[in-house]
Design a binder for this molecule. Sequence first.
Ligand SMILES: Cc1cc2nc3c(=O)[nH]c(=O)nc-3n(C[C@H](O)[C@H](O)[C@H](O)COP(=O)(O)OP(=O)(O)OC[C@H]3O[C@@H](n4cnc5c(N)ncnc54)[C@H](O)[C@@H]3O)c2cc1C
Length: 490
Amino acid sequence: MTTYDLVIVGGGVAGLCAALSLPAGARVVVIDKGESEAGSSPLAQGGMAAAVGKDDSPPLHAEDTIKAGAGLCDEGVVADICSEGPDAIAWLQSLGCRFDEDADGSINLAREGGQSVARSVHARDATGAEIVRALRTAVRGRNIERVRSRATSLVSLGDTMALAYPGRHPGENESRCVGVMTTDRRIFAARGVLLATGGAGALWGVTTNAPGATGDGIALALGAADVADVEFMQFHPTALAGTDGQRVLLTEALRGDGAILVDANGDRFVDELAPRHIVAKAILDHAPAYLDCRTIASVEEHFPTVATACRDRGLDIAHDPLPVSPAAHYFIGGVAVDAFGRSSLGGLFAAGECSSTGMHGANRLAGNSLLEAVVVGRRVGSLVRDEPEPPRVIPWTSTESDFLPMNAALPGILWKGAGPIRSDETLRTAMQELNGLPEGPHRSLALAIVEAAQNREESRGVHIRSDFPDADPHIARRRMARGRIVGHVK
Ligand SMILES: Cc1cc2nc3c(=O)[nH]c(=O)nc-3n(C[C@H](O)[C@H](O)[C@H](O)COP(=O)(O)OP(=O)(O)OC[C@H]3O[C@@H](n4cnc5c(N)ncnc54)[C@H](O)[C@@H]3O)c2cc1C
């Protein structure tokens, strides 16, 4: 059995940034269940937010982020992560990342919703693919092992003792994550396990996420560490309308460049750069709605990814109004961590979309997810060398994995019951239907999402309750342990 300093579950932006930030000589493995079909990083279009523009600054970036977060951001975390934006961009460039530039060689910036100045550093409309390309190339040049397998459970020191000495209950201070089990192996982590498993959009029936974005890391952690904010799913307003399942995203940068939203009569009905939940609600209220990109000069040249995806579906982005509707897009909640990725369980870290640092509050601002994934991922990599090695670990005994594939009925239930607009009635129905499904980690996560949404009797940020249309300033962020609400996050 091989022992690593850091075991990273998930090879997207967060996981790869952590792997590349470990000190030389560290033993590291990145476990990923599948490169192309699972993660969101290669799909990211619009850009990564960072205050690198002449008219911008980290405090202004923080101000916009806090405004979007509707009173629920951890302001210290926001200021901290925004201040790292320029350095994170410089680091990515040093690894070979090529972002679009202006004629004078400065970075070209796109403006997206909620940004008071243009702030999204991008590589045309394929920013995530470019970042992932550079990170994967850099990883190949280092001593970083990569394993294709699916993590199915976490192992904590308490578990291993209980297995070795049945009847002996480990004390509180002995509880520590020391490894993971995957579908085909056991992997021991001397200093830390990093969950970097991405989002949970595929738990909803209509989503911009890849089918593998099933919230695995959050489901794995649910029984072992605290999670927070799981009721907050950001629905992207402009996914290309079509069949259920994965939808093509029409990046917000299109609206930033002048694309307009129109109803069936061709009339505009909303400020295109309003926060995403407001645009999403307006689109639902005015359905069928269309994104008209004819206002953008050379649109195919600037947005080749979107243009090709439209063409594949028989639509010409330069001439046809594109039918749009909202889709589950970014999971704000996740494993509760600080700005260094530390969870409530010793030795367990989380970074990227599967984590909840408090940066996004009740609504994530465009481009902030890539920023957070890079900054916190890097920090975990550099921090882990200071983690204590656990005491000699008792050899593991294998346990059967109960990490079953997600039940096929689950996404339809969450989409109907906990979709862009929820109510006590829809959430109750979802709860009943979920309880009727066979037990499993994804069902447990879905139940936690519905319970948190039921308890948030207000509309705030991305969380819209038709029966509680106003915000209630007394409801704070929620922390959950073992799937139940146990208290507030400060
Ligand atoms: C279409 C689209 C466009 C977007 N555009 C932008 C944008 O312009 N700007 C922005 O900031 N954000 C954007 N986002 C969000 C952003 O891309 C993600 O939040 C970010 O890339 C998440 O990175 P990550 O490393 O946390 O996870 P991911 O990139 O999703 O990687 C997670 C990895 O974990 C692996 N994994 C999952 N479960 C397991 C398991 N059980 N065992 C082993 N491996 C596992 C997966 O295979 C995957 O490779 C977009 C998202 C989508 C879907």
